[in-house]
Design a protein. Structure first.
Length: 197
């Protein structure tokens, strides 16, 4: 099962109920917003992992700060008003375009833009926690993590091409106008991951 599919499954059922309750939104709207936000976060991580320095920084960040334990008490995390490192992760992933990302997710899902930001703050540590769990349970090394994320990034790019989500990702994150938003996202993310060494 792909990382995106595994995260989507994890964020269904009770987790979706908890997120919907925290946001004060219905489950359908919350689920649609999750479907827009997760590929954005995963694509950023995948781009960063495509070079050796970025992959090593990501692996170090996961080893140091994201052991997967967040997934053992997901209900507790989602029921709390403290989103842990979520805001900091998003700052480095999206840079100054967080507001535009929130607006885009809102347009795709119907979720209020401010609530879209709150949702992303919840999702970012969960994504990192899932990577941490995979690293530990599978004995994954730097190359394994990088390969998995690069494959995920490619899949997201292919599966969203021509869709509303693809337009959101491209329009928001292609900072230099070269048509490849993933280059730009990876550069933004590098600051966070490099600081985790």
């Amino acid at each position: 099962m792909s990382l995106l599919n595994e995260l989507t499954k994890t964020l269904s059922g009770p987790a979706l109920d908890a997120l919907s309750g925290q946001l004060g939104a219905d489950k359908q709207t919350t689920n649609a917003a999750i479907g827009a936000a997760l590929p954005m976060i995963i694509s950023a991580l995948g781009k960063n992992a495509s070079d050796q320095g970025g992959a090593e920084a990501l692996s170090n960040a996961i080893s140091k700060d994201h052991d997967g334990s967040i997934l053992d008490n997901l209900g507790g995390f989602l029921g709390s008003t403290d989103n842990g490192p979520g805001a900091g992760i998003l700052k480095h992933v999206l840079g100054g375009k967080r507001g535009q990302a929130e607006t885009g997710i809102s347009q795709l899902s119907g979720l209020d833009p401010a609530l879209a930001g709150k949702l992303m703050e919840n999702l970012a540590p969960i994504v990192m926690g899932m990577l941490g769990r995979k690293q530990r349970s599978g004995g994954l090394n730097v190359g394994d993590i990088a390969g998995m994320l690069i494959n995920e990034r490619s899949s997201v790019q292919q599966n969203t091409a021509g869709s509303g989500l693809g337009g959101l990702l491209g329009g928001l994150l292609d900072q230099d106008g070269d048509g490849n938003f993933l280059d730009d996202v990876g550069g933004l993310l590098g600051g966070m991951l490099g600081g985790k060494r």
